[in-house]
Design a protein around this ligand. Structure first.
Ligand SMILES: [Zn+2]
Length: 83
């Protein structure tokens, strides 16, 4: 079970091209302000643009469950808070 914060970062990066590009280009800078474990930062830092192409690929690359992504997909914080 992943932390909610990690799921928020994943879903926002999926929805928002600007944040996704920043995350891929400089993960350490983008993730520094988020309450994530070192392991979560490592996982998120390894994501590539191709991993965001489909929800299935993202789930696999980030080692989260489809249910976890779906649970927060429509959460207002996910949509409104940029990374
Ligand atoms: Zn954003």
């Amino acid at each position: 079970m992943s932390q909610r914060e990690m799921i928020f970062v994943l879903i926002h990066a999926q929805l928002c091209a600007a944040c996704r590009e920043r995350l891929i280009a400089s993960p350490e800078t983008v993730l520094a302000s988020h309450a994530l474990t070192e392991e979560e930062k490592k996982t998120l830092g390894q994501l590539k643009a191709a991993d965001f192409l489909t929800p299935e690929r993202l789930v696999q690359a980030a080692a989260v469950s489809t249910a976890e992504l779906a649970e927060y997909a429509n959460h207002p914080v996910v949509r409104l808070r940029h990374l």
